[in-house]
Structure formats: C-alpha cells, structure tokens
Design a protein around this ligand. Structure first.
Ligand code: FAD
Length: 463
C-alpha cells in the first residue's frame, strides 16, 4: 500500500478545487508551511501541495471524490495539536482543513447531548454547553484542539479515571468516506445493538478511514465542586501501590496523576514556579469532585488515611482558589518545560496501572544504558505514562528507534500498549508490529482498503 504512486496537484486540479470551495478556500503557495507539521517534537515536516478549506460536508465530499479519482493524497487536519505526526501530509497532496466547519449545532438539554461541526474548538464546545448548564467532562490537555481531532485520536487526558476517554462520549458522527459518500452513524441515544458499530470504528481512526464532519457528544450535569489533594511519598512504588487501594474503597477521583521530583525541579528551573510541598521523591495529585465542601472534606480525609497507612508522608489541600490555580498551572507547565529542555521525542505508553512503578523503573535502567535522560510522569489512575527522552545530545534516528523499541517492548511485556491517547500517526507506525500479529495487521489493512480502496486518505499513517 505504501509504495503507491500518487499524482501531483496540478494547476488544473487547483482550479477544480477552487470551483468547489471558492477562490479563498485554497492555499497553493504562500502559507503552505503552516500545514507541514503538527506538535510532535521530531516529526519531519512535509509541505502539502495545497490546503483546502471546505465550508460544508458536501464540499468535503466533492473534494474527496475528486482526489479519489485523480489519486491525490488527502490529509485531514483539525487544529494540528496532535503529538504523533497524524496530520502531517507525508505524501504531499492536499491538506483538508476543518477550520471553516466551526459551528455548534443543537444543544439538547433533554437528551444530554450536543452536536457540532468537527472543526469546533474544544474550549468553545465546552463554553457553549456550559451556557446550558451541561458539561463535557473530558480534559485532553490542549483546549485549542478540535472536537473532530479529539475524536479522530480518541483523546484522553487526566480525567479518564472517572470519565473515560473521548470514545465514551461519542454518540454519533457524520463522516465522508474517501470515495465521497456521506454516512451518518449512531444518534442521540445511548444504546444500540444494531449492526457493526461504525461510530466506534471511526473514533480513534486518525483520519485514515473517513473525514469526520459533524459529531454528537454526550454531556453530563456539571459537578458542584472540584478540589485537589496532593500526597507526597518516599518512592514512586509506594505512591503507585496506593492507587488500587483508593479505588477499592469506592472513592472515584476524577484524576490521579503521578510525578517525581525530577520534573518538578525542571519546571522550577524553567518557570520559577515552586511546588507547594517540595523535597519528596514522588507525589500523587488527585482531583476530587463532590457535592459540597463538607463532602469533599470527608472524601479527602478518607483518601489521606488510606495513603498515610500505605506509605504517604503527608497530605496537602491547597487552602485557597489561588493556591489551587497555581498548582494546576504548575502541572500545565510540564509539557512546555520538556519542550524547553530539548525533548527528543515523546511517548505515552499504557500499562496495567499496578505496573506503573515497575515500568518506570525499567525505563530508568534503559535511560542509563543509553545515557539519555528520560523524564516520566502521567496518569497513575489509568496506567498512562508520559515519557520524554531529553537532550542536550541528539542521538541518531537509529539510536532513538532502538531506545523506543526497547521501551515499547517492556510496556507490551507488562500487558500494556504503545499509545494511550496520542495515537500512532506517522511516528509510531513502525512500532505497531511489536504488538500486533501479522494476522491482526492484515485485518486492519483490509478494513482500511474497504473504506479507502485507492489509499488516498491520510496515507502513511497507522497501518
Ligand atoms: C500541549 C499539549 C498537550 C496535550 N495533551 C493531551 C492530553 O492530555 N491528552 C490527549 O489525548 N492529547 C493531548 N494532546 C494531543 C492533541 O491535543 C490531541 O491529539 C487532539 O485530539 C488533536 O486534535 P487536533 O484538532 O489538533 O487534531 P490534528 O492534530 O489536526 O489531527 C490529529 C489526527 O486526527 C486527524 N483528524 C483531525 N480532524 C479530523 C477530522 N475531522 N476527521 C478525520 N480525521 C481528523 C488528523 O488527520 C490526524 O491524524 C496534547 C497536545 C499538546 C500540544
């Protein structure tokens, strides 16, 4: 599939694209470089030959039909905040931007759901639903991403412990197949036992099976209060051991994050931001929702007791709104700090959550062997470990591949998988065969072919 030859975007094709979306809807020269990469740290940039901005589902269908006939690769793009090179047009061709499909649809209070065009920015989606006293509880890290991009990558984020990931909130989709047909899947209902679940198949398919044009997402009522509890430990393994104990006690925090002193020191060096109770090797940071402050007090006391019995050395609740904000801001600084320190790559391996400490231990051994510092932190409540190999040296691509292969193999041996939320994109494709059998990969390729017989939609990604 990957050796396929594509046609070039000719002036005649640009003319036909302009006929579909209007003169202003096509970039064919200046500005193409803004669509050559996403936020993945080491992805090679590739210039598209044209960027197209459809205004409607029908225009997407017309573009795809044309590209399919002319054998032009098409790469869907939301906000380009992806972290695995998913929206990089690795074969050139057309980038199909969802920028102009940015309108909210119905917010249905009775059925607890909202629809929106796929290019709506996550922060706008949340703000609009909150006006109706409804709430989209996921927080996949980057609020400038699009809803369509979140669905295409099955984005996760910190709140997965309580709420799950994007696919748990997708009720229905409108999507355009690479051959130009428009389909709708699911609807404003929560149960279905009616044929293959195409909503779930498209969710997480990273723009390789169809372009998502419209979405319907499930909403909930907003929580009354959300507070933070910070718990220091003398080791990461003690911290991780507490997580199942907390969950067994029928306490369900929104998030349980783990962090070690190395990342906190780097954040302090970079931003000057001081952690509230510094000096311990490892921490759990829990976010807890409750109906009122009395209930929060009871829950946090209970969790503190559990943790103190299981190796915690202290507990801390930010005493004011500003202290809480400072702590959350500090957590938001992890990624910019890694960027500033010369992140060589990033991985987001998932392991069964009881294995996090063993996994991190093993990663540290690998890091030492390669003399490449690796910072780890992440979502203790769901086993998702973020890993950042850092400079100052820049190892060869072969060495980085070897290092990451070892890390992914350790994760797989512990019963985990390669990516918990960032997706495979272009960057992690070469590692899929570590985990998937030839039969499974072949089946995925047959699924891809059924949707996209000419392999024009986001070629070079996932399978
Ligand atoms: C600072 C930072 C923090 C982040 N934190 C998190 C986090 O905590 N959790 C997490 O899950 N992610 C996180 N991300 C990654 C990123 O925000 C998500 O992957 C997001 O879902 C990408 O959305 P996007 O609109 O930017 O998509 P893009 O980057 O434009 O595209 C991502 C993929 O989706 C495809 N795609 C986009 N739109 C469509 C569509 N309408 N139809 C079909 N395919 C489409 C693209 O082809 C590509 O393969 C973070 C990113 C940054 C920069």
């Amino acid at each position: 599939m990957n050796d396929q030859k594509y046609q070039k975007v000719t002036p005649e094709l640009i003319r036909r694209l302009r006929f579909i979306v209007g003169d202003k809807g096509v970039i064919a020269d200046e500005g193409l470089e803004n669509y050559a990469r996403d936020e993945a740290p080491h992805t090679h940039s590739v210039l598209p030959e044209a960027v197209v901005f459809p205004h409607s589902t029908q225009e997407i269908a017309d573009i795809l039909r044309l590209a399919n006939t002319e054998l032009i690769p098409v790469t869907p793009r939301g906000a380009g905040t992806g972290l695995s090179g998913g929206s990089v047009p690795v074969h050139g061709g057309i980038v199909l931007s969802l920028d102009k499909l940015n309108k909210m649809g119905e917010i249905d209070e009775a059925n607890f759901c909202a629809s929106a065009q796929a290019g709506v920015i996550l922060s706008n989606f949340c703000a609009e639903t909150e006006k109706h006293n409804l709430f989209y509880p996921l927080y996949p890290g980057e609020m400038s991403a699009t809803i369509g991009g979140n669905i295409a990558t099955n984005a996760g984020g910190m709140r997965a412990v309580k709420y799950g990931v994007t696919r748990d909130f997708v009720l229905g989709l409108e999507a355009v197949l690479p051959t130009g047909e428009i389909i709708t899947t699911g609807g404003k209902y929560v149960k279905s036992s009616t044929g293959y679940d195409l909503t779930q198949l498209l969710t997480g398919s990273e723009g390789t099976l169809a372009v998502i044009s419209q979405v319907t997402l499930r909403l909930i009522t907003p929580p009354s209060i959300r507070e933070i509890l910070l718990i220091p430990f003398n080791s990461l393994s003690e911290a991780i051991r507490c997580v199942p104990v907390i969950l067994k006690e029928r306490v369900l925090p929104v998030s349980i994050e783990f962090m070690e002193s190395d990342i906190l020191q780097l954040v302090k060096d970079y931003s000057g931001k001081e952690f509230p109770i510094p000096g311990y090797p490892a921490y759990l940071m829990l976010m807890i929702e409750a109906d009122n402050y009395d209930d929060f007090g009871k829950i946090s006391e209970h969790i503190s007791e559990i943790c103190l019995k299981n190796g915690a050395v202290d507990t801390y609740v930010p005493g004011s709104a500003s202290a809480k904000r400072r702590l959350l801001e500090l957590r938001e600084y992890f990624y910019p700090t890694m960027q500033h320190r010369g992140m060589l790559d990033l991985a987001d391996v998932v392991v069964p959550r009881s294995k996090i400490a063993d996994f991190v231990e093993e990663v540290k051994r690998i890091s030492k062997r390669y003399s490449i510092p690796i910072i780890t932190y992440g979502h203790a409540g769901d086993g998702n470990v973020h890993l950042h190999p850092l400079g100052p040296g820049v190892p060869s691509e072969e060495v980085m591949t070897e290092l990451l292969t070892e890390i992914y193999q350790v994760g797989a041996t512990m019963g985990g998988t390669i990516s918990g939320e960032h997706g495979i994109g272009a960057d992690k494709k070469k590692y899929l065969s570590l985990l998937f059998s030839a039969e499974k990969l072949a089946l995925m390729q047959r699924v891809k072919k059924a949707f996209d017989p000419h392999n024009i939609l986001n070629p070079g990604k996932v399978v």
